[in-house]
Design a protein around this ligand. Structure first.
Ligand code: IVH
Length: 429
């Protein structure tokens, strides 16, 4: 076999093992065997650099530093979704859909609503050529080199499927960080003296903004795909469920949790099931997305400037828990700003044990009138640190006193003063 053939064969083989490992989580070979294939490919490419192309697995970890991202104009507007928060909202969405379809009840597809960073991927002749952020919907940043580092993103569609592909197609998806990877990432940051990220979405956005793809490659990013579009004139899938099946067949990471729903009642059941079980998923979701399955129906329904009339985000309510506020302590920031922080009786909330909550600032603390010994209601969105949203007056212990802003800094005794024109207080030292 000549070098060129061996290179092509190795690429295909490595791509298949990446797929089995990163998309299916069912590896067939050991890490050591994988490394051997990879090293052999790198060796051959070093001997014949003229055969290196951007879709080779050796090219994921780019080393070209950019000064900034190029702006990409999207081929079509990347509109967002309207939100619903309860059954009444979703029933009126359904009613509008049925009216728009002259009284016909559609089938829906329900998917998790991944809490990450939206991206649009462009494929030409089966090869990944460009990836962009959503930006303002009309144009975004070209983050191709950073996205290439995500190992579940196929640089090249499986060769046996390539002949049946549209010449150009676009995949919409979400880059995200799993809960476990997020915890590891924050631990590393804290060890390095960097400020931890508040939630997996921020750490994903922060990672994708890095200008050095080699650094991005060290961040544990994942990808999930949920939309397929082709250029007009090319063959389109007839339904959203067919888009998802095709993407999966072509080797894209598609969430296995989507379902077809024959009625709006089934949609509500799906939403309520994931509201109760979202903590069992290895990644954050902040709701579910409901889409009319048929693309012909989607076209009939159309869209507003902001959002499609055929889809809706059906959001979860924030996770809540009650616990006792044991102590209010003051945290001294690097700039001397004092922030009140609540130390709590530990309470499980959304898969983690909560011990502290932010009180933001003294105005907020005064508004809540939270006191030591109070029973408080905590709310946690996607953030690690929850906030106190209410105090249960009925359970307030006798003789409790409102919190007083200290005159002296708790760590150095210097006088404390209010920052001009702000709500913050600062240690004068
Ligand atoms: S579909 C025209 N499906 O949620 C329809 N979006 O609030 C476009 N998102 O911008 C979006 N999971 O970043 C869709 N399964 C899913 C999603 C999803 C997360 C994000 C996406 C979108 C935002 C809308």
């Amino acid at each position: 076999m000549d070098a060129r053939h061996e290179i092509l064969k190795l690429r295909e083989e490595i791509a298949r093992h990446d797929y089995l490992y990163y998309v299916r989580a069912e590896p067939e070979i050991s890490d050591q065997e994988y490394d051997r294939l990879f090293l052999r490919l790198r060796e051959l490419e070093e001997q014949s650099p003229e055969w290196i192309t951007s879709d080779s697995p050796t090219q994921r970890i780019g080393d070209a530093l950019t000064e900034g991202f190029q702006v990409v104009r999207h081929p079509f507007p990347l509109i967002s979704l309207d939100n619903s928060y309860d059954e009444a909202d979703i029933l009126s969405f359904h009613q509008r859909v049925v009216e728009g379809l002259d009284g016909r009840q559609p089938s829906y597809v329900c998917e998790p609503k991944f809490d990450g960073v939206a991206v649009l991927l462009r494929f030409e002749s089966g090869r990944f050529v460009q990836g962009a952020t959503r930006g303002d919907g009309a144009q975004g940043d070209d983050i191709t080199a950073n996205l290439r580092t995500i190992r579940s993103l196929p640089l090249c569609v499986f060769s046996e499927k390539r002949s049946s592909l549209p010449k150009t197609f676009f995949v919409r998806g979400e880059a995200y960080m799993s809960k476990a990877d997020f915890v590891d990432c924050n631990r590393e940051r804290e060890e390095a003296g960097d400020k931890p990220f508040a939630n997996p979405r921020n750490s994903t956005a922060g990672s994708l903004k890095l200008l050095d793809p080699a650094l991005v490659a060290r961040r544990p990013l994942s990808l999930v795909c949920y939309g397929l579009s082709t250029e007009s004139g090319q063959e389109q899938p007839a339904t959203q469920s067919e888009s998802l099946s095709r993407l999966r067949e072509w080797g894209f990471p598609v969430s296995p949790y989507w379902v077809k729903a024959a009625s709006i009642e089934n949609v509500i059941e799906y939403w309520s099931r994931w509201q109760d079980h979202r903590d069992e998923l290895p990644f954050e979701i902040d709701g579910v997305v409901v889409k009319v399955d048929s693309l012909a129906d989607q076209r009939t329904l159309g869209q507003t400037a902001r959002a499609p009339r055929w889809a809706m985000a059906f959001k979860f309510s924030a996770r809540q828990a009650k616990t006792v506020l044991e102590r209010i302590v003051l945290q001294l920031g690097r700039t001397g700003i004092l922030t009140p922080v609540a130390e709590l009786q530990p309470v499980p909330l959304g898969g983690v044990v909560i011990r502290r909550a932010t009180l933001h600032n003294f105005d907020e603390l005064k508004r809540l009138d939270a006191r030591e010994g109070d029973t408080v209601l905590l709310e946690r969105g996607g953030d690690v640190i929850p906030k106190i949203v209410a105090v249960d007056d009925a359970l307030r212990p006798d003789h409790s006193k409102p919190f007083r802003i200290p005159r002296k800094c708790p760590s150095c005794d210097a006088p404390v003063e209010r920052v001009e024109g702000e709500v913050a207080y600062r240690c004068t030292n």
